[in-house]
Design a protein around this ligand. Sequence first.
Ligand SMILES: C[S@@+](CC[C@H](N)C(=O)[O-])C[C@H]1O[C@@H](n2cnc3c(N)ncnc32)[C@H](O)[C@@H]1O
Length: 290
Amino acid sequence: MKRQPLRLAILEATRILEAAGVESPRNDAELLAAHVLGVERGRLPLVPLVDPPVIDAIGQLVAQRAKRVPLQYLTGWAALGGITVDVGPGVFIPRPETELVFEWGRSLLKGREYPLVVDLCTGSGVLALAVAHARPDAVVYAVDVDPHALAWARHNADARAAAGDTPIRLYSGDVGDPTIFAELDGLVDLVLCNPPYVPPGGDLPPEVVDHDPPQAVFAADGGLAVIRQVIATAARLLKPGGGVAIEHDDTHGSAVPSLVAARKVLTDVADHPDLAGRPRFVTARRATSP
Ligand SMILES: C[S@@+](CC[C@H](N)C(=O)[O-])C[C@H]1O[C@@H](n2cnc3c(N)ncnc32)[C@H](O)[C@@H]1O
């Protein structure tokens, strides 16, 4: 068989993914082709012709993506905060909206030396590892309750440490445990959290329903159960002037800020939109005076 134009393979892949209802078919077709070829997506135009085995490999991945297996499970990685982490079955895939939570946290740390940072509900470890990458002087703690997620987080933490980042301190634990990180009470500069927050029973795409771990996505009490615990833990951990950012469902743009404001030690409560303009994360600071 002779070599074929990559451009045509990508067009065909895009058509298949579009018919399967994939949200961004061209994007995914190009990323899968780049993954098979081992090049960055921006370099695809430099690859005019490809061998039949490459076409086959792209076709196999496209067939899986058409079955709505998440793109990142097929490529094996996700990016956030200037790093990539490995992901696969058993761990939540970092989402673009969480980038804004990270950026808020990074801004809060400006001017603070050797800050103490806690990532509650760490999943793949991405928020904790992104902070450790951006701020080598930070001491970063991270916790998750799920052993499968923790295995991914450990793998990613080892890889980032091997790449030269400051190692993070990774723990197994429940954010609802009133003694969790008790040794850090009143000492923490920044708490970041992307908890499970989707109200059970909603209409979600197959990538989420069939592949994301349910305990990473859904929370009882209409999606607020874990967030309530996170707010209590953050209020206890933060030092005066320290800040917290918590991602939430887009239907909770009033409910979550109200829960935060109900904690008298937390002030400057503000809600922030995601990249699509929907309410997405709340921030607050621990009051500096009693
Ligand atoms: C939405 S994922 C977020 C993962 C990661 N922070 C991110 O942004 O990609 C939520 C994570 O919270 C963990 N989790 C759920 N309930 C928890 C609890 N009570 N205590 C600690 N972790 C919990 C899940 O295992 C999952 O890894």
